[in-house]
Ligand binder design. Structure first.
Ligand SMILES: [Zn+2]
Length: 379
């Protein structure tokens, strides 16, 4: 398992991988999913707020709300087809940590429905399933667009102009074919589960957010986005249970991954959001490595984000009214990275460096540049 993929992010086109040789044609074809329809003028620009009211699960009521939760039908169906197509083709779909993928929705007793579902899975297997949800050059944009369509009844102008997706007709046909099957068989339960996840996590997020988000902002010396960050809750959210795309800022989190339940789920949200604020860390590590003539260490910045969120959430929980307090100097809450043994894989040395040089920065005993300089020096 490559640590670089844990809860990774992509900043629009800026950090996307290049197109591997030999895949150019399929990339061009898929790219037309958006581009062709956009150029013929049939597509309105995606507008936040095209959601139907029922799809917004919760927007925290306080004026400085950091997150806005959604349970979007089309996003969930898209990721369900992606998951099943990968599974059908023997591609990796586990969520890590021993969590298996959802079993296929098939077999379906109604032959017509079975045919519809199979056709959609076939389309996804041929065109979508081998693409990376995060680093592909087009799939994140498709996923963003589908998220905004929330629970439009269909993806054409029949449901109103706000439901016109602008995506390639073949993709829309696959989704619309699969929609009745998914809607009748899995969606009510999935939507309920997504909403339950939000109901369990959101109150704590609301309670901790004002102080915790200020601390995160101070640590990374960056402001939060002015608007709440959209969080899409879905059955499948990639192999690590959550990921973040940066342009536009959007977090996708799995309600099925047990690593995301309740308190750790709250940490996952702040970890994901930290990807939006921690650019200076990655930048400063690179600057310092250049100054010290060291190679840039793989994923040190990401281990740092895990470490920081874990420590800050742990401290915040000690002060919360729900009283997640330890005893005898041992905190009750175990941060996500430790709970899921992320340091034990390839990050053991990173954890030592973070404890020795980054923790003093979190404690206000040294400054940002000094801490990073010392970590790079200790590599
Ligand atoms: Zn991450």
């Amino acid at each position: 398992m490559r640590e670089e993929s844990f809860h990774s992010t992509t900043a629009g086109g800026a950090r996307l991988r290049g197109i591997p040789a030999g895949r150019g044609i399929s990339v061009i074809l898929l790219a037309t999913m958006i581009a062709a329809a956009t150029t013929n003028g049939q597509v309105p620009k995606p507008v936040v707020g095209t959601a139907t009211p029922t799809a917004l699960v919760e927007q925290a009521p306080q004026h400085d709300a950091r997150f806005e939760f959604h349970s979007s039908f089309w996003l969930n169906l898209h990721l369900r087809l992606y998951e099943e197509a990968r599974q059908r083709d023997g591609l990796a779909v586990t969520q890590g940590g021993g969590v298996p993928a959802a079993p296929p929705i098939t077999p379906i007793s109604n032959p017509a429905e079975q045919k519809q579902w199979n056709a959609a899975v076939n389309y996804y297997a041929a065109n979508v399933a081998r693409r990376d949800l995060l680093f592909d050059n087009i799939l994140p944009a498709i996923t963003d667009r589908l998220a905004l369509l929330e629970d439009c009844l269909d993806l054409s102008d029949r449901a109103g102009p706000h439901c016109v997706s602008g995506l390639q007709p073949e993709l829309l046909a696959a989704l619309e074919e699969a929609a009745p099957v998914y809607r009748s068989r899995e969606w009510p339960g999935q939507d309920r589960h997504n909403r339950l996840w939000v109901a369990n996590v959101a109150p704590l997020v609301r309670e901790l957010s004002p102080a915790l988000s200020k601390k995160i902002s101070r640590v990374y010396q960056s402001d939060w986005p002015s608007a709440p960050i959209r969080v899409d809750v879905a059955g499948y959210a990639g192999p690590f249970g959550a990921y973040t795309t940066l342009a536009p800022a959007r977090i996708t989190v799995s309600s099925e991954d047990p690593r995301n339940d309740e308190l750790p789920g709250m940490e996952v949200l702040f970890h994901e959001a930290s990807h939006l604020l921690a650019g200076k860390v990655e930048e400063q590590i690179a600057i310092e490595c250049d100054r010290q003539k060291e190679p840039i260490p793989r994923d040190l910045w990401h281990a740092l984000i895990f470490y920081t969120t874990g420590v800050l959430v742990q401290q915040a929980l000690e002060n919360t009214s729900s009283g997640v307090r330890g005893a005898g100097g041992v905190p009750a809450y175990i941060p996500y990275a430790r709970r899921n043994a992320l340091y034990e894989r390839d990050w053991q040395n990173y954890e030592k460096l973070l404890r020795a040089y980054w923790q003093p920065y979190l404690d206000g005993k040294t400054d940002f540049h000094q801490a990073i300089m010392q970590m790079v020096d200790g590599l």
